[in-house]
Design a protein around this ligand. Structure first.
Ligand code: MD6
Ligand code: FE
Length: 196
């Protein structure tokens, strides 16, 4: 895993324009996990595939169940950001076909988990942090492995692949604050390759 500090800052304006467009078509929603808990982060997706959680499990789908429409296309500026960050981190052949967008209000968190719903685990994940800072937990292959804690701030990009691709990770509760571009929220974009 590589942290590219401030890598997304030069894309800031185009990212927020793209997000406004995507969220207008596929609004943020709080999903319910198979265990019956509502996730505190609100989510949406763009690209050929969107990530879903419901009482039956976790999966990717080509349509948004809330609108019945295909997920909005991956905006070109976001596609370029995903490719350029992966290239900078040593993954020059990464082409994402999905972008999961997480929005955290103050107090929202994400429990330790592995990203394993993508069939091609050879492809990395590119993660872009925007707005309020997060304390990110990077663990190991076992849930019990003691996680490192890394603060991710506005514009930081983490690229995650190779042996680290299945490491447990999570986000500690977002601390109170206000960011000039996102207000009292943190936004995280994760670019993924979902097709085999
Ligand atoms: C987040 N990110 O930062 C949640 N997963 O809000 C993730 O769960 C994540 O950042 C895989 C790879 C990078 C990530
Ligand atoms: Fe994850």
């Amino acid at each position: 895993a590589v942290v590219l500090r401030h890598f997304a800052l030069t894309y800031e304006t185009v990212i927020f324009a793209a997000l406004t467009d995507v969220v207008g078509q596929a609004p943020f929603r709080h999903m319910v996990t198979p265990g019956g808990f509502q996730m505190s982060a609100a989510m949406t997706s763009c690209g050929g595939f969107g990530w879903l959680a419901d009482r039956t499990g976790y999966r990717y789908n080509t349509t948004d169940p809330q609108t019945g429409l295909p997920w909005p296309p991956l905006p070109d500026a976001l596609l370029r950001l995903g490719i350029e960050a992966a290239t900078a981190a040593g993954y020059p052949s990464f082409v994402p076909d999905a972008c999961l967008i997480n929005r955290y209000a103050v107090g929202a968190k994400m429990s330790l988990h592995q990203d394993k719903d993508e069939p091609d685990l050879g492809a990395p994940i590119v993660s872009v942090s925007l707005g309020l800072p997060a304390n990110f937990q990077f663990g190991g292959l076992r849930r019990e492995d003691k996680p490192l804690r890394v603060q991710l701030t506005h514009g930081d990009v983490v690229v995650w692949g190779g042996p680290a691709r299945l490491y447990f990770h999570g986000v500690l509760p977002i601390k109170d604050g206000v960011h000039p571009l996102t207000g009292a929220f943190r936004i995280n974009l994760t670019f993924r390759k979902v097709s085999k």
